[in-house]
Design a protein. Sequence first.
Length: 146
Amino acid sequence: MKKTPYILLPLIFSVNTYAEIITLSSNNEDKTISIINKTFAYEIEKAKSLPTKIELEIEAAQIDLNNDNKNEIVARFLHPYFCGRYGCKTVIIERKDDGWNLILSNPTSESDIEAQSEIFNGYRVLTFFNGNNWKYKTSHYERQKP
């Protein structure tokens, strides 16, 4: 009896086939702000200890960047402690078994980030409105050189 070879083709599918604007806002669920406060407690306490009348404001949003059905949290800290020449600290944290892990930290002056439809290493490519693209490498996002 002759054996017939079978060629197995991988299934190709796409879940997020469109670009999506991540709009950061200071109107967030208490749970989101609580997670941010806990994850960045040390830095937040340092900011609050500065002799300034400016109160810390946190803008945030949630989005699933890697199709694991768990939202990552994108946050931007508005306070002199977190802001400098290139903008204010913007972070993305991801839920893991042992808590929340930082996967992006970048100063930016924009409150909107675009999550592209392109997937790289299982995560959506991000574009900051200054034109920088960020791709996920191993354990965090890295800015792509132009």
